[in-house]
Design a protein around this ligand. Structure first.
Ligand code: C2E
Ligand code: MG
Ligand code: MG
Ligand code: MG
Length: 292
């Protein structure tokens, strides 16, 4: 059989590429079905006020209960969903679920806590974004400041002017805005100053070495100082050890998130068994979480 070659010498019929394309298409098909059949779930990971030593909110992290493969982590399907555009409807499902969870807490008479959702760059570029969020908020009435939008630094850099405009619209709806994975995207301080942002989430890569690498400690200290001067709160993600926590507390970091406080869990564990949350905080305290 004739093997057709592209200009760059890559065969159009390379069996590996063929397989990858077929798998991508199959995944896309399965994702469509997942939306229709409600196979997605949000898991919630607590965020802790480091001064008050209290859970003040959650990050909502998507999971896919695949009928054959079981629970799937976002990295196994979000990139494909972004490529084929399905991230846009999936993203609205996420925002709606988060609003329902906020409402649910309110109806149960639990104290209000914010929920942060991740917004991918594709969603950020969707011209319907603001209308859709407004529509969700009109159907599910919540205090909009309790809904937090996390956007990565990199999605802001592509087109700063457009990003600033979208962020202002989001801000006008009353939502809280946070920059995710901060420190990995080379955004300048000048850009940051223009943005209507409430929080910076320092990327986990800077937290990992916090107890051992003086450079990481310096970076975190500088980020916190700068953020505070700009009137922003700082969230540290990926806190796993007491040592990391101690450094963050000494750097005046405002909010913490990580396995040390709790893993992402289904909503039922948070709202019904709220005792559990107390436990995770209590156990942190018992292990010597003291604020100087
Ligand atoms: P992210 O927004 O930076 O979320 C934090 C990730 O770090 C989560 O992974 C979380 O489980 C993990 N993590 C939290 N604490 C620790 C820790 O102490 N140690 C370690 N090793 N990991 C920790 P997850 O749930 O697998 O999500 C991965 C990424 O997928 C997220 O990174 C986010 O970019 C994306 N993602 C998750 N849910 C959604 C969604 O609903 N929409 C979109 N567009 N992206 C999402
Ligand atoms: Mg995030
Ligand atoms: Mg993050
Ligand atoms: Mg991250």
């Amino acid at each position: 059989a004739a093997k057709q070659q592209g200009k760059d010498g890559i065969s159009f019929f390379d069996p590996h590429i063929q397989t990858a394309v077929t798998q991508g298409l199959q995944l896309e098909q399965e994702l469509r079905q997942a939306l229709e059949e409600d196979q997605f779930a949000l898991f919630y990971q607590p965020q802790v006020d480091l001064k008050q030593q209290q859970i003040i909110g959650y990050e909502a992290l998507i999971r896919w209960q695949h009928p054959e493969k079981g629970l799937q982590a976002p990295l196994s399907f979000i990139p494909v969903a972004e490529e084929c555009g399905l991230i846009v409807p999936i993203g609205y499902w996420v925002i709606e679920q988060a609003c329902r969870a906020i409402k649910h807490r309110e109806e149960q008479g639990l104290e209000s806590r914010f929920i942060a959702v991740n917004l991918s760059p594709e969603q950020f570029k969707d011209p319907q974004l603001i209308n859709r969020i407004r529509d969700i908020l009109s159907r599910i009435e919540i205090n909009p400041t309790l809904l937090e939008i996390e956007i990565t630094e990199s999605s802001l850099i592509e087109d700063v002017e457009q990003a600033v405009e979208v962020l202002y619209h989001i801000r006008r709806l009353g939502l809280t805005i946070s920059i995710d994975d901060f420190g990995t995207g080379y955004s300048s301080l000048a850009q940051l100053k223009q943005l209507p942002v409430d929080r910076l989430k320092i990327d986990r890569s800077f937290i990992i070495g916090l107890a051992s690498d003086p450079d990481d400690q310096m970076i975190v200290e500088a980020v916190v100082a700068m953020a505070h001067k700009l009137g922003l709160k700082v969230v540290a993600e990926g806190i796993e050890t007491e040592q990391q926590l101690a450094v963050l507390v000494s750097c005046q970091c405002d909010i913490g998130q990580g396995f040390l406080f709790g893993r992402p869990e289904p909503e039922s564990l948070h709202s019904v068994e709220s005792l559990r949350e107390q436990h995770s905080i209590e156990s942190v305290k018992e292990q010597g979480f003291v604020v100087q």
